[in-house]
Design a protein around this ligand. Structure first.
Ligand SMILES: O=C(O)[C@H](O)COP(=O)(O)O
Length: 253
C-alpha cells in the first residue's frame, strides 16, 4: 500500500563568495565561500543523523547549488545518486542589479526600494541590456535553452512561472511514485516553491527568508497539502540566520 505521506527536502546553497560580500548575485555563477562549504557539509551530516535517505536529487545550473549538493551527498555517502540539473531551479535573475552591494543600494535608493527589488512578488529589478556580459543568452550554461525562455531580469512571479511547472511536471511524479527527493537550489527559487506549497499570498511570501545550508523538510499528504514543515538544526541558530538574510538589504547605520 502506498504511504499516505511524502517527504521532500529542500536546501538552499551554503554561503557563496558573493553572499559574503553582500552582492546581488542572481545568475552570476559564483563559488561557495569556505563557510558555505562547511554549511553544506553540516547540512549533509544533519540529514544523515536524522536518518534521511534519497533516491533522486535536483539542482540548478549554478555551481553554488551544485557544489552544495555534492557536499551533502558526500557526507551521506550518496555521491552515486542521480542528479538532474535544470536552469528552471536557478536563482531569480537579478537583472542589472547583479554585482551591486545590497547595503550600498539601500543607502542610495532607500531600504524600501531595495526590499521591493528583493522581495516584491511582481516588480522586477532593472533589466540587463541584451549582449551585456551577464546576459544568459551569451552563456554556455544555457546553450540548450530556447532564447525566448531566458530572462534579462525576473520578479518572483517570473521565477514561479518556470520553477513551479518544473516541480509539477518533473519532481511531483517522482514523489508520487515513491521516490525520496532532495532539491538543492537558491533563496528565491526555493521561495517560489514554498509559496506554492503553502498557498501563500504575495504579502505572506514577502516576509519569508530562507537561510543558507539548512535542510528544510516538508511533509505532504497524497494531495500535496502540507502536513508538516521543519528545518533540521538548532532553532536559535536558524532564526539568527533567517534574520541575517532579511537584514542584508538594509543600509548600514
Ligand atoms: O541572488 C542573490 O543575491 C541571493 O542569492 C538571494 O538574494 P536575496 O535574498 O537578496 O533575494
Amino acid at each position: 500500500m502506498a504511504e499516505d505521506t511524502m517527504k521532500l527536502v529542500l536546501i538552499r546553497h551554503g554561503e557563496s563568495e558573493w553572499n559574503k560580500l553582500n552582492l546581488f548575485t542572481g545568475w552570476t555563477d559564483v563559488e561557495l565561500s569556505e563557510t558555505g562549504e562547511k554549511e553544506a557539509a553540516a547540512g549533509g551530516r544533519a540529514l544523515k543523523e536524522a536518518g534521511f535517505d534519497f533516491d533522486i536529487c535536483y539542482t540548478s545550473r549554478l555551481k553554488r547549488a551544485i557544489h552544495t549538493l555534492n557536499f551533502v551527498l558526500k557526507e551521506m555517502d550518496r555521491e552515486w545518486l542521480p542528479v538532474v540539473k535544470s536552469w528552471k531551479l536557478n536563482e531569480r535573475h537579478y537583472g542589472a542589479l547583479q554585482g551591486l552591494n545590497k547595503a550600498d543600494a539601500a543607502a542610495e535608493h532607500g531600504d524600501e526600494q531595495v526590499k521591493i527589488w528583493r522581495r516584491s512578488f511582481d516588480i522586477c529589478p532593472p533589466e540587463l541590456e541584451p549582449g551585456d556580459e551577464r546576459d544568459p543568452h551569451t552563456q554556455e550554461q544555457y546553450r540548450d535553452v530556447a532564447p525566448d525562455q531566458l530572462p534579462y531580469t525576473e520578479c518572483l512571479k517570473d521565477t514561479i512561472a518556470r520553477a513551479w511547472p518544473f516541480f509539477e511536471d518533473e519532481i511531483r511524479p517522482q514523489m508520487l511514485a515513491g521516490k525520496r527527493v532532495l532539491i538543492a537550489a537558491h533563496g528565491n527559487s526555493l521561495r517560489s516553491l514554498v509559496m506554492k506549497f503553502e498557498k501563500m499570498t504575495p504579502e505572506q511570501i514577502l516576509e519569508v527568508n530562507i537561510p543558507t545550508g539548512v535542510p528544510l523538510v516538508y511533509t505532504f499528504d497524497r494531495d500535496f497539502n502540507v502536513v508538516d514543515k521543519q528545518y533540521i538544526g538548532d532553532p536559535e541558530t536558524i532564526a539568527a540566520k533567517i534574520n541575517a538574510v532579511a537584514n542584508q538589504g538594509k543600509a548600514k547605520k
